[in-house]
Design a protein around this ligand. Structure first.
Ligand SMILES: [Zn+2]
Length: 112
């Protein structure tokens, strides 16, 4: 667990310094985030703890999208994290995308 955490801080540092442009490294980050998610998903009673995306999932998503909206590709000032499949209980990193408020509102309206 602590090894995974320190690996993740290294990946984050690389991303910040612009050294991270290989999709392999990003994929590794996604795997790390998933492991962290699994480890922190349940409380000691075995009940689901989280109701939204973890900090790790959000950070990796932003790195993956190069801090741009996943739909209109504009640089993100205000970030909305969206459940891709619309299922709010599915907080897996693969179900997470970062959107600008505009695209998020449009997508939400389409679903309802
Ligand atoms: Zn957008």
């Amino acid at each position: 667990m602590s090894n995974i955490s320190s690996l993740f801080s290294i990946i984050k540092k690389w991303a910040k310094n612009g050294k991270l442009d290989s999709s392999d490294v990003i994929r590794a980050g996604v795997l790390v985030a998933d492991e962290l998610d699994k480890a922190s998903k349940y409380n000691h009673k075995g009940k689901l703890k989280r109701k939204s995306f973890s900090q790790t999932a959000q950070e990796i998503t932003l790195i993956k999208q190069a801090y741009r909206c996943n739909i209109c590709k504009k640089k993100l000032d205000i970030i909305n994290f969206d459940h891709i499949d619309g299922d709010r209980s599915n907080n897996s990193i693969t179900n997470c995308q970062a959107l600008c408020p505009n695209c998020h509102a449009k997508k939400t309206r389409k679903i309802e």
